[in-house]
Design a protein around this ligand. Structure first.
Ligand code: GLY
Length: 312
């Protein structure tokens, strides 16, 4: 029997000081809820799903209720889950109005023959599985989207420069945080889950790293587990979570998180964060953004929550 561990994050990026307390309480609660499941004999998969649901239901985080808005002011969520024992994974992309996208991702993994289902097809599946629907738009995100749109229209938003050119040509901020969880259960199985509203003002139909195995998350009992946050395009181009897991073949979880973040920063750019977990219970958290909101629980003690990990 192994001592269970859970590590969760509530997103990389720039967290305003006024949100720190609520966000740290949110990740602590998610870690605690997931850890409780582990200590009662639940699997790593159960724990990461429960922890991700806790953060999806907390409007401070950009996932589920509280998701950021796309260019048309709508919420389109992505989520995924992966089992490190069987290497099975499931994801959903561009889903509207599903209260807990990570639950739907688990259904995709366990009840269909597919790995990733998007848009209306995923929403039909949510109805078939009788998953709760909800309005996920919250006033804070509507205000943030208005501010971002103003910056965007006046050319003062420096991210997504190509989208700005499309906009200027008449064809057409960004915050991009995410929630994620990794767990190790008493049977020494690893699992990963993540969920997000994506980037604020993203183009409708844009899918980020979160539902993509290898990019937003990866879990393999023989290597480790990892889940990323930040600008999804960087995570997809670098297959960041798979790279971090490969590094854990020979490196510690902390070194894998640090080296991967450093590599992504050097080759692809800033705007990324990652958490990692190994089968020996070691964990890591690194980012090249101002903050990374995360929490870990390794024993029955109170979870430890922080606004920064190893900053690159
Ligand atoms: N990492 C979340 C996203 O870019 O969609």
């Amino acid at each position: 029997m192994t001592k269970p561990v859970i590590i969760v994050h509530g997103g990389a990026g720039r967290w305003p000081k006024t949100s720190h307390k609520t966000a740290l309480e949110g990740v602590s609660k998610a870690a605690k809820t997931g850890f409780l499941a582990l200590s009662e004999g639940g699997t790593a998969l159960d724990a990461v799903e429960i922890a991700a649901i806790s953060m999806e239901d907390n409007p401070i985080f950009n996932a589920g209720t509280g998701s950021t808005l796309n260019f048309e002011g709508k919420v389109e969520d992505d989520a995924a889950i992966m089992d490190g024992d069987s290497l099975r994974g499931g994801g959903v992309a561009m889903v509207k109005g599903v209260r807990n996208p990570v639950r739907l991702a688990r259904f995709v993994m366990e009840r269909t023959d597919h790995v990733l289902i998007g848009g209306s097809g995923a929403e039909k599946l949510a109805s078939a599985f009788k998953l709760p629907r909800a309005s996920l738009r919250v006033p804070r995100r509507v205000r943030a989207a208005r501010q971002d749109m103003h910056l965007f229209k006046t050319g003062r938003l420096t991210v997504l420069p190509r989208n700005y050119r499309l906009f200027r040509a008449g064809l057409l901020s960004l915050s991009s945080d995410t929630v994620g969880a990794l767990a190790l259960d008493s049977q020494r199985n690893l699992a990963a889950a993540c969920s997000t509203g994506g980037m604020s003002l993203k183009l409708p139909g844009r899918i980020g790293d979160t539902p993509i195995l290898g990019a937003g998350l990866y879990a393999d009992n023989s290597l480790g587990a990892a889940t990323a946050t930040g600008i999804g395009e960087l995570a997809m181009r670098s297959t960041i979570s798979r790279v971090a897991c490969d590094l854990m073949r020979t490196k510690s979880a902390a070194a894998a998180a640090l080296l991967t973040t450093r590599m992504v920063g050097a080759k692809f750019g800033k705007g990324i964060g990652i958490i990692t977990l190994k089968r020996n219970g070691q964990y890591g958290a690194a980012h090249n953004t101002r903050n990374l909101c995360w929490a870990v629980q390794t024993s029955d003690a109170t979870p430890v929550a922080q606004m920064t990990g190893k900053r690159v």
